[in-house]
Design a binder for this molecule. Structure first.
Ligand code: SF4
Ligand code: FE
Length: 488
């Protein structure tokens, strides 16, 4: 059934039966459980904006496979304009949810898989590309949410997949059958998986020739037999359980993406859903392309979050009567400067995107890595400035129950008040929003999502064209051009 709106999306999730655990108990319905509902709402926004005439041009497009109108999150980028529209869409959704809306991981995974299966077929005579396109049309036509699952638990990080004492530390094929494969292992911190329809598994690293069983790309429904998810805890998640809505800070939406450990205990995947089966030489390509797409996103979705934070602190400054201070204005200026610098980076790597042999467009990979690396710094600096301007009251802010208490409520309201024009509840609510967006697990994703900072530094060094840059310097300095210095 095609999902048209947020109600369809919620109903489609109710129709699934994934095995999810949280605090030791099974979650029966992700659309009502207090731990998962905020993430369902964030992802639902990707369906909502597609039905809004104002955002239709960003949120929907035409499938190059069927000619049908589709949600952009199921699209294969056909040109640089598609990449730019994605960036604009992600910033918009970051502004509307103030958190991760999760659907980009599968989006990026599908784009990378499209390109790499094309290349595999050309080089090896396999038929993965056609299989993948069939599956993709099903995703596009039904408007399904796909989570991309790449990161393996990795066990002893000094060793690769084949060196592990426990071979399940990387997802692997344990059986080849006439009609498909059986996989075992786990994927770590899979964003949005509990409220997705399908999982797209990809290898997490380049592989050696003797690591064929780890070279697997495949897709399956989230409730396929043998899959168990263990949903991660987030800072202050008990506040949601108790329905202390003000104390949550951002009552409708989650803190980060709603990550889970996904375990595959001998899950059968039929051949038509297998898009790589032992082709180790292409494992590095899928990681490279997926990572570039996902790193390009962060200057967009996280900029949306920084917009919310900048707005929150600007409003709080008015509530507290500090808005005219020159240092306050200067720090808010810095927050805007940092946010727009990141956004520029996302736009730049999209504008410089190029067609892959499959026709799918890939962002400029060096610029995408620079973009994500800067997110690991600038988002933290924006958060630091927000906390600087907010003042210490966030650390001593009483709970909602104290605010409503007959005995002490009047004291809370008397001593947490700001400028007379603003209700005290507004100061408390905005304080809680800033707390939710700067503390605990809120910024972990900006550091490690789409790969930890060191992963970007490796790519930046590798793609920095130092040989060409040395040539430039040598020409200008009149240094002999055949001297054999190397950047390696
Ligand atoms: Fe999308 Fe950003 Fe969440 Fe990644 S972190 S899934 S790019 S919203
Ligand atoms: Fe992410």
């Amino acid at each position: 059934m095609k999902i048209k709106n947020t109600t369809d999306y919620r109903n489609s999730l109710k129709a699934l039966n994934p095995r999810i655990f949280y605090k030791g108990k099974r979650i029966e319905d992700v659309t009502t459980h207090p731990a998962t509902l905020p993430h369902v709402r964030s992802a639902a926004m990707t369906y909502a904006v597609a039905n809004d005439a104002e955002y239709e041009d960003l949120a929907t497009t035409t499938s190059h496979l069927t000619g049908n109108t589709i949600n952009r999150f199921t699209h294969i980028h056909q040109n640089a304009e598609d990449l730019i529209k994605k960036v604009k869409l992600l910033r918009l959704l970051g502004q509307k949810t103030g958190t991760c809306f999760q659907r980009c991981v599968g989006f990026d995974g599908m784009n990378a898989t499209y390109s790499v299966t094309h290349d595999m077929d050309k080089a090896l005579g396999t038929d993965y590309f056609e299989r993948f396109k069939k599956w993709l049309i099903h995703i596009q036509d039904d408007n399904l949410m796909v989570t991309g699952a790449m990161t393996d638990p990795k066990g002893d990080r000094s060793k690769g997949p084949s060196g592990q004492e426990d071979p399940d530390q990387y997802v692997r094929i344990v059986e080849q059958r006439d009609d498909g494969i059986v996989i075992r292992g786990a994927k770590a911190h899979a964003t949005g998986v509990v409220n997705s329809h399908e999982i797209l598994i990809m290898p997490t690293t380049a592989l050696k020739e003797n690591e064929k069983e780890y070279a697997v790309i495949c897709a399956m429904p989230v409730d396929a037999e043998g899959i168990t998810m263990i949903f991660g805890r987030q800072a202050n998640d008990d506040r949601r359980d108790n329905e202390e809505r003000i104390d949550v800070g951002k009552p409708r939406f989650g803190v980060v993406g709603g990550e889970a450990l996904v375990v595959f205990e001998d899950v059968f995947i039929p051949h038509e859903r297998v898009f790589m089966n032992g082709e180790t030489a292409f494992a590095g390509d899928i990681v490279y392309q997926f990572a570039a797409h996902h790193r390009a996103n962060y200057g967009a979705c996280k900029t949306g979050l920084m917009d919310v934070l900048t707005g929150a602190i600007t409003y709080l400054s008015s509530v507290q009567g500090t808005q005219k201070g020159s240092h306050v204005r200067d720090k808010i200026t810095e927050m805007i400067l940092l946010s727009e610098t990141l956004y520029s980076s996302s736009l730049a790597c999209s504008l410089e995107g190029k067609a892959t042999p499959s026709g799918a467009f890939l962002v400029d990979t060096l610029l995408a890595n620079v973009c994500k690396q800067n997110v690991t710094r600038f988002h933290f600096e924006v958060a630091r400035l927000a906390l600087d301007l907010a003042g210490g009251f966030i650390a001593t802010l009483p709970g909602e129950q104290d605010m409503n208490s007959e005995e002490v409520g009047h004291l809370v309201k008397k001593y947490f008040v700001g400028a007379a024009a603003f209700p005290v509840e507004d100061r408390i609510k905005i304080g809680r929003l800033i707390e939710a967006m700067t503390g605990g697990t809120a910024l972990v994703e900006s550091m490690h999502g789409a790969g930890s900072p060191q992963a970007q530094r490796i790519m930046i060094m590798r793609e920095g064209h130092l040989d060409k840059k040395m040539e430039l310097a040598k020409i200008l300095a009149g240094v002999s051009r055949d001297s054999s210095a190397s950047a390696e």
